[in-house]
Write a protein that binds this ligand. Structure first.
Ligand code: SF4
Ligand code: SF4
Length: 92
């Protein structure tokens, strides 16, 4: 099952302001691993070759907190979404 299909089982209330911020895109440009592209279970982070930066699809975030510790450069500012926004599991 694809990540897109799995995310379909999750209901979100999306804020118009991201709760995830890349602190310094210049750090991502020289990042040797771009680990955020594979450690996030919701595929939130993606390197855009044309723009030369990491794109952040914060709307899909599952609030697992992995990116707080898994970016070796500590280059991701992580908070919970503003109260009332974020995920609400459809099943559970
Ligand atoms: S792992 Fe961290 S430093 Fe590397 S590209 Fe992702 S956010 Fe940037
Ligand atoms: S908290 Fe989890 S789901 Fe959200 S962006 Fe970070 S790794 Fe991805």
């Amino acid at each position: 099952m694809s990540i897109e299909n799995r995310l379909y089982a999750v209901r979100y209330r999306v804020d118009d302001k991201s709760h995830l911020t890349i602190r310094d895109q210049a750090v991502c440009q020289t990042c040797p691993t771009r680990a955020c592209e594979w450690f996030c279970p919701a595929d939130v982070y993606a390197w855009d070759e044309g723009e030369g930066r990491i794109l952040v699809a914060y709307e899909n975030c599952l609030e697992c907190g992995t990116c707080r510790i898994a970016c070796a450069e500590h280059n991701i500012e992580w908070t919970y979404p503003t109260g009332g926004y974020g995920i609400a599991y459809k099943f559970g």
